[in-house]
Design a binder for this molecule. Sequence first.
Ligand code: GNR
Ligand code: NI
Length: 173
Amino acid sequence: MAIREILTIPDARLSTISEPVETIDDELLALLDDMLETMYDAPGIGLAAIQIGVPKRLVVIDTAKDDAPPRPHFLINPQITWTSEEMSTYEEGCLSIPDYFAEIERPSACRVTYLDRDGNEQEIEADGVLATCVQHEIDHLNGVLFIDHLSKLKRDRVIKKFAKAEKRKAVPA
Ligand code: GNR
Ligand code: NI
């Protein structure tokens, strides 16, 4: 297992639409393990493969409380099959947009189908933080970040701030 580097905005790779996984082999399982280790190390409650530069439709999630035993979920080719009409607002963050948080409105509950590590079809119905997190991660697979749900004005302000910080790193004063 290895901790991989997490891409941050304005890295253009984060806008990639990720490709479905065709075969679950040892290499793919090792990638899922790296994703989980990288997520726990960050720490975060979810991670999509594109965040470590791999454009495959893979997500890892663990929303268990810090004092509870770990409960990792591995989602291969996840698809949202239902969303509630009821919406809820959650303060979201993203490991690819460090130290920035904003309230985002999404469906309060959703159903998701996916393949697990053994290639078995699974379906979960999620609500609360899990529903928010699953939708946030599936957005990543489609090249969408949570700031894309903000007004253009707010989004551009965030991107500009990160682009400036990047420049300062590239050209030390
Ligand atoms: O760690 C994370 N926390 C979080 C909080 C609220 C809504 C979504 C998330 S996901 C985020 C990790 C991440 O960037 N996953 O893509
Ligand atoms: Ni994210």
